[in-house]
Write a protein that binds this ligand. Structure first.
Ligand code: MRU
Length: 327
């Protein structure tokens, strides 16, 4: 059964608290854009398409709570910097500022489009997968509000009998793989095994990985893309072992203003998320830690880009522009 990460009910946007999964199912009410921005920043909700939908409903809540649209928009834009879906959704909401009914219709449309888009991504992605696949972070329904991108393709490929087993990277430091992807694959009944991130090379070297498929937070027009920290390392490992490597994404995750991945802003998160696990310290007190939330994978390490318009192949600056309908 598919997990839904949010719902809009009685003028409140309810977020399933992903920080507490899979141990507790707690719903957090958001009644204003301010509360919504905090929910995104603190990762009550996370995943590129999901934070786009959430930001759109944040603008609906701004109307309901009497917040000024410009201020609400600015607050939401500051919540997380890397996933472009947040900015894409807020740009779509802008023409409807001051009109509650139109805002609500647009937010619903953004959510509905996520579903349709991901159905197509799942079908196209399933065709390039077979045997054993490895994935990183969480790209399932929890990360999107729809079927999921990379995980949607994996689940569909398993349904078709193409994928037999999934290696799930735990995804340090936030553990989206261990906590969320494992939870979703278990619910979907897909055979899977959890590994720590540093085991991926070993599994590949053993010939146990036939493809890597994962998500995208922002892609530049040349195909370079930002995704959860650790993605770049996996791309290098996949190329070394001759394993196909696919990012999966809706075309709304492509930022048409960026020519290359060097222009993608990378979120630096709290060092505490590295030095503590579930409230327990794992390093000497006060020891410095770095925490870039994402890294950028260069286009030459990509086999194909799975989108709702099909799987795109190199040269990506041409295939992406054609898919986006821009010259
Ligand atoms: O920090 P997160 O959990 O929001 O990061 C999520 C990812 O990196 C996902 O791979 C990406 O958003 C794609 S979700 C379909």
């Amino acid at each position: 059964m598919r997990v839904v990460p949010f719902r809009f009910e009685e003028n409140t946007f309810w977020l399933l608290d992903q920080r507490k999964l899979p141990f507790e199912e707690v719903w957090v009410p958001c009644k204003s854009a301010q509360e919504t921005a905090l929910g995104i920043k603190e990762m009550v909700v996370r995943g590129a398409p999901a934070i786009g939908v959430t930001a759109a409903y944040g603008m609906v809540l701004a109307h309901l709570s009497g917040e000024k649209p410009a201020q609400a928009d600015a607050l939401l834009r500051q919540s997380r910097p890397t996933a472009v879906n947040l900015f894409y959704a807020l740009d779509r909401m802008k023409p409807h500022w001051g009109n509650l009914e139109a805002s609500l219709q647009e937010a619903k449309a953004i959510w509905t489009e996520v579903e349709a888009t991901e159905q197509a991504i799942s079908q196209h992605g399933a065709r390039v997968l077979k045997g054993q696949v490895l994935t990183h972070c969480n790209t399932g329904p929890l990360a999107t509000g729809g079927f999921g991108t990379a995980l949607g393709a994996i689940i569909e490929a398993h349904r078709q009998g193409r994928v037999t087993h999934v290696w799930v990277d735990e995804t340090r430091p936030y553990l989206q793989g261990a906590r969320l992807t494992a939870y979703e694959l278990q619910k979907a009944g897909v055979p899977a095994t959890l590994i720590t991130d540093n085991m991926a090379a070993y599994q590949m070297g053993q010939g146990q990985v036939d493809a890597v498929i994962l998500g995208t937070d922002r892609m530049a027009l040349n195909g370079d893309f930002a995704n959860k920290i650790g993605t770049y390392g996996l791309a290098i490992l996949a190329q070394y072992h001759g394993i196909p490597f696919y990012p999966a994404l809706p075309l709304s995750s492509v930022d048409p203003r960026l020519e290359s991945g060097t222009q993608i802003p990378i979120e630096e998160r709290s060092a505490r998320e590295v030095t503590f696990i579930r409230g327990q310290p794992i390093a000497p007190e006060g020891f410095p830690a770095a925490h870039p939330g994402f890294d950028v994978t260069p286009n030459h390490l990509i086999t194909g880009i799975v989108t709702e318009k099909g799987v795109l192949y190199p040269p990506f600056d041409e295939s992406l522009r054609a898919a986006l309908g821009i010259g």
